[in-house]
Write a protein that binds this ligand. Structure first.
Ligand SMILES: [Zn+2]
Ligand SMILES: [Zn+2]
Length: 354
C-alpha cells in the first residue's frame, strides 16, 4: 500500500510503498477514510531533531484518523469489520490510573505504552496510508450515525484538544464571562464552536488574518480582533476593562502568550494549547492576580465520545478541505502557507470497500 512517511528529521515526507499491516492479538487494522493534516506535523517535520521526543522516524504521518474497521486481530470482539470508527490518538499503557480515566495522553507508565509519549503518526505509523494498525480496540470510538470518517478525523485532535481545554474552564465560563481564542486555525475554529455549543460566554477571536476572523464570526464569535499592538486594549474595551475570563492560546508563541497574560481578567484562566514554543515570564506582578496558567495536551477518550456526539448533532462542524493521498504533501504545503481554512484532510479511501 501507499503511505506518506517521514523518513528522517528535518525532511519532506515521501509517498512510498510499504507492506500492508496485519493485526496481532487484540489489534485492529482500519481502512483509513480521513487523516487530518495538523499544524504540529509541520513542527515535527521542519523543527524536531533527534532527542526532542523519545522516538524517531521513519513512520507514517497522520495522527487525526477515522475510517472503517478492516481486519480484527485474535480476541477482538467489541468492533465489527466495516464499522465506521474514529481513532483515539494518544496511546498509553492502558492500565495506569490516567489511562483508566481514558486520559492516555498523560500515561504514567510510558515504558509499557506502544511508543513513549506518542501514537499513530507520532512515532508509530499513522493514518496517511490506505490502512492503519491500531494497537488495541479500546482506541476505537464508533462513529455516531451521520458522521463520515473524512469529517470525524480532524475532530480527534483539532476538536478534542480545545474541548478538553474548554471543559477545564467551564466553571469560569458563566454567561457574563468572556472567552478569548487566539489563533483561528484548525484548533481555533473548533474552539470557537465548542465555546458556542457548551457555554453562553461572549467569544472574542484573535488572528493575524482577516479571513480567519470572518470564519470565527461565522462560527459564533461575537468579535474578531486582528492580532497587533492594540489587541489587548481591544479586549479590555470589549469587557468593560475587566479582561478575559478565559484565554485559550492556540498558537503558543512569545507574542500570543504575552497578549493572553495581559488580556486576562483577575482569577481568569490562560490555557496554552498551541505548541509554538514561546515562553511567558511569571512573577508576582507580571500577570493579573490568581490567573491560572496551564498547558494541555490532547484530551480523553470519554471527551472524544462527547466531541463526536456534538458533531453528529450539528453543534460543531469541521470545515474540511480534502486531498487525495497522492497530494498529501500539497496539503502540508498549503497549511504551511496559511492557505487552509479550517482543516486539511487527506482521504486515502473514499469508502469502506475497495
Ligand atoms: Zn495534531
Ligand atoms: Zn498508562
Amino acid at each position: 500500500m501507499k503511505a506518506l512517511r517521514l523518513q528522517g528529521w528535518k525532511s519532506r515526507p515521501e509517498l512510498v510503498e510499504v507492506d500492508d499491516p496485519r493485526p496481532g492479538p487484540g489489534e485492529v487494522v482500519i481502512r483509513v477514510g480521513g487523516a487530518g493534516a495538523c499544524h504540529s506535523d509541520l513542527h515535527l517535520m521542519n523543527e524536531f531533531e533527534a532527542g526532542a521526543v523519545p522516538w524517531d522516524p521513519p513512520f507514517t504521518l497522520g495522527h487525526e484518523n477515522a475510517g472503517w474497521v478492516h481486519e480484527l486481530g485474535d480476541g477482538v470482539t467489541d468492533v465489527e469489520v466495516g464499522q465506521p470508527v474514529a481513532v483515539y490518538g494518544p496511546w498509553g499503557c492502558g492500565t495506569c490510573s490516567r489511562c483508566r480515566l481514558g486520559l492516555e495522553t498523560y500515561c504514567e507508565n510510558l515504558a509499557e505504552a506502544p511508543v513513549m509519549g506518542g501514537g499513530g503518526g507520532l512515532g508509530l505509523d499513522g493514518g496517511m496510508a490506505e490502512l492503519m494498525l491500531v494497537p488495541s480496540s479500546r482506541h476505537l470510538v464508533p462513529l455516531p450515525d451521520g458522521l463520515e470518517p473524512s469529517v470525524a478525523a480532524p475532530l480527534t485532535d483539532a476538536a478534542l484538544t480545545p474541548y478538553h481545554a474548554v471543559k477545564l474552564s467551564l466553571p469560569k465560563l458563566t454567561p457574563d464571562a468572556t472567552a478569548v481564542v487566539i489563533g483561528v486555525g484548525g484548533l481555533g475554529h473548533m474552539a470557537v464552536q465548542i465555546l458556542r455549543a457548551t457555554t453562553a460566554a461572549s467569544i472574542i477571536a484573535v488572528d493575524m488574518r482577516p479571513e480567519a476572523l470572518d470564519l470565527a464570526e461565522r462560527h459564533g464569535a461575537g468579535l474578531g480582533l486582528i492580532s497587533d499592538d492594540y489587541t489587548v486594549k481591544g479586549i479590555r474595551e470589549a469587557t468593560g476593562g475587566r479582561g478575559a475570563d478565559v484565554v485559550i492560546d492556540c498558537v503558543g508563541a512569545d507574542a500570543t502568550l504575552a497578549m493572553g497574560a495581559a488580556a486576562a481578567r483577575q482569577m481568569g484562566d490562560l490555557t496554552i494549547v498551541g505548541i509554538g514554543g514561546g515562553t511567558l515570564g511569571v512573577s508576582f506582578f507580571s500577570v493579573p492576580y490568581e490567573v491560572a496558567i496551564r498547558t494541555t495536551y490532547w484530551g480523553s477518550r470519554p471527551e472524544l465520545v462527547e466531541v463526536l456526539s456534538m458533531a453528529a448533532r450539528g453543534l460543531i462542524q469541521s470545515d474540511v478541505t480534502t486531498f487525495p493521498l497522492e497530494k498529501a504533501n500539497e496539503a502540508y504545503d498549503e497549511l504551511a502557507a496559511g492557505k487552509i481554512e479550517g482543516r486539511a484532510v487527506v482521504i486515502p479511501n473514499p469508502g469502506p470497500t475497495a
